[in-house]
Design a protein around this ligand. Structure first.
Ligand SMILES: Cc1ncc(COP(=O)(O)O)c(C=O)c1O
Length: 433
C-alpha cells in the first residue's frame, strides 16, 4: 500500500499541484496532504492507516457523518438502476419536492446543477436575464464558486494561495462585478445611488464563511434586499455552504424566516447532495420560469439531477430532523469551547466567530468582521496549529480562512480526541509566536 508521500509525488506528475481543488494541496500550511483511504461516521482514515476526527466534513456536505447506512443504501439502490439517465426521474422530483417543502414558502421551484459554482452562475444569469442589467454586486472575501463573474475578491481558496484575482478572467467580465467590503451598507447605498439602475443583483453568502466565519451585522441581509428592490435589482442569497446546515432552512432560517422576508433567489450545494455532485438554484415561480425551457434564460447539464446524487441528497436531508440539528448545534458548541479554552490556556491570541453550528478560529488579537481583519491572522502560527492538530488526530481545514464543520456523528470519545489535539495544537501555535 502506498503512503501519502508516494501518492502525492505521483499525483503531482499528472494533476496540477497533485489535487483536483487547490486548497487540498496544503500550500498555506506546508507539508504533504494526507491521502484518504476511507471515512466512516466521524472518522477519516488515511492511506497510512492513521485515523482522524473529521472537522472538515468534505467542506460541508457530510453533515450526518461519512458512509451513513441510510445514504449508502439509498445510493446503492439508485446506482443499481444506472448512474445516469439524462432524462427526468422520480427521485429527482422527490428531492425537488423535499427542498421546496423544507424552505417553508421561500421558494416554489428549483433547478438542479452539479456544483455550487454552476448554481451561482445560473442565479446570476437569471438575475441578469430577468432585469436586463449587467452588474453584480458582491462582497470582498465572499466566495461564490469559480465562475468568471465571481473570481473577484473571492475569499478562502484564492486567499489561502495568496493569489490575486485570477488570470484568465476577462477584464470586461470582471468589471461587471463590483466587490465591496463586507458589512458596509453605507457603501452599498452609495453604489446604488450612483449606478443602481445598472445592477442586476447583490449576491451575498447567507452567513459569510469563506474568509472564515463572519457574523453578519444585525439586519444586514434584509437591508440588502430592501436596497436592491428599491432600485429594481434582486438579492441572491448564496446558501451553498450554509443551506440545510445552519438550520433546517439554512442561514435564512436564522434571519429571514424569523423576520418575514425572502431573498429573490437562493443557491444551495454541499448538504443538499449529501456528498455527491449536486447543487441547486431556487426561487419563486415568476423568476424560475424564466429559465429554459419555459423562459429564454438558458441553462442545462448532462448529469444535472443525477439519480445517485439525488438519492444521497434526499437521504441526507431525511436524516436532518430537528433532533439532529439540536445535536449538531450542541456538538459545535462543545468543539468551539474546546478550541477556545485550549488557545486561552496556551496564551494564544485568537478570535472565535460562531453562527449556529458553524465557526472559525482566527489567530489574531483583532476582532474579525471582514476580509481585511481576517487577513490579520498569524498564518505561521496557524500552520503549526494545523500540523499539531492533524498529528494528534483532528482533521481540520488547512487554512485559517475556512470554517470548521461538525457532523452529527461526533461522539464523546471524539470530543476527547479533539480536546487532546487542540491542547497540542494550541501549544504548537504558542511556540510560533
Ligand atoms: C458560498 C459558496 N458558494 C459557492 C461555492 C461553490 O461551490 P462548488 O465548490 O460546489 O462549486 C462554495 C464552495 O465552497 C461556497 O462556499
Amino acid at each position: 500500500m502506498s503512503s501519502s508521500e508516494e501518492l502525492f509525488a505521483r499525483a503531482q506528475q499528472v494533476m496540477p499541484g497533485g489535487v483536483s481543488s487547490p486548497v487540498r494541496a496544503y500550500r498555506r500550511v506546508g507539508g504533504t496532504p494526507r491521502f484518504v483511504r476511507e471515512a466512516h461516521g466521524s472518522h477519516v482514515t488515511d492511506v497510512d492507516g492513521r485515523q482522524y476526527v473529521d472537522l472538515v466534513c468534505s467542506w460541508g456536505p457530510m453533515i450526518a457523518g461519512h458512509a451513513h447506512p441510510a445514504v449508502v443504501e439509498a445510493v446503492q439502490r439508485a446506482v443499481a438502476g444506472s448512474t445516469s439517465f439524462g432524462a427526468p426521474c422520480e427521485i429527482e422530483l422527490q428531492l425537488a419536492e423535499a427542498v421546496v417543502a423544507r424552505m417553508a414558502g421561500a421558494i416554489d421551484k428549483v433547478r438542479f446543477t452539479c456544483s455550487g459554482t454552476e448554481a451561482v452562475m445560473t442565479a446570476a444569469r437569471l438575475a441578469r436575464g430577468a432585469t436586463g442589467r449587467p452588474l453584480i454586486v458582491k462582497f470582498i472575501g465572499c466566495y461564490h464558486g469559480h465562475a468568471d463573474s465571481f473570481l473577484v475578491s473571492a475569499g478562502s481558496g484564492v486567499a489561502s494561495l495568496g493569489l490575486p484575482d485570477s488570470p484568465g478572467v476577462p477584464r470586461e467580465i470582471a468589471s461587471d462585478t463590483i466587490a465591496l467590503p463586507y458589512g458596509r451598507l453605507d457603501l452599498v447605498e452609495e453604489l446604488f445611488a450612483a449606478r443602481g439602475e445598472q445592477v442586476a443583483a447583490i449576491v451575498t453568502e447567507g452567513t459569510p464563511a469563506n474568509m472564515g466565519v463572519i457574523v453578519a451585522p444585525e439586519g444586514f441581509n434584509r437591508r440588502l434586499g430592501e436596497i436592491a428592490h428599491t432600485h429594481g435589482a434582486l438579492l441572491i442569497q448564496d446558501e451553498v455552504l450554509t443551506g440545510f446546515r445552519l438550520s433546517r432552512t439554512g442561514a435564512w432560517g436564522l434571519t429571514g424566516q424569523r423576520e418575514g422576508w425572502v431573498p429573490d433567489l437562493f443557491t444551495f450545494g454541499k448538504v443538499i447532495g449529501g456528498g455527491m455532485p449536486l447543487a441547486a438554484v431556487g426561487g419563486k415561480t415568476d423568476l424560475m420560469d424564466q429559465l429554459a425551457p419555459v423562459g429564454p434564460v438558458y441553462q442545462a447539464g448532462t448529469l444535472s439531477g443525477n439519480p445517485a446524487a439525488c438519492a444521497a441528497g434526499l437521504a441526507t436531508l431525511g436524516l436532518m430532523d430537528d433532533q439532529a440539528y439540536n445535536k449538531l448545534d450542541a456538538t459545535a458548541d462543545k468543539v468551539a469551547a474546546i478550541v477556545h479554552s485550549a488557545l486561552d490556556a496556551a496564551g494564544v491570541a485568537h478570535q472565535l466567530n460562531k453562527v449556529s453550528n458553524l465557526f472559525s478560529v482566527f489567530l489574531t488579537d483583532q476582532p474579525v468582521v471582514d476580509f481585511a481583519s481576517a487577513s490579520t491572522q498569524d498564518h505561521e502560527a496557524f500552520a503549526r496549529f494545523f500540523h499539531a492538530a492533524l498529528d494528534a488526530g483532528a482533521w481540520i481545514a488547512p487554512s485559517g480562512f475556512e470554517a470548521w464543520f461538525c457532523s452529527t456523528a461526533i461522539d464523546d470519545d471524539d470530543l476527547q480526541t479533539i480536546e487532546t489535539a487542540m491542547t497540542e495544537a494550541a501549544q504548537a501555535a504558542a511556540r510560533a509566536q
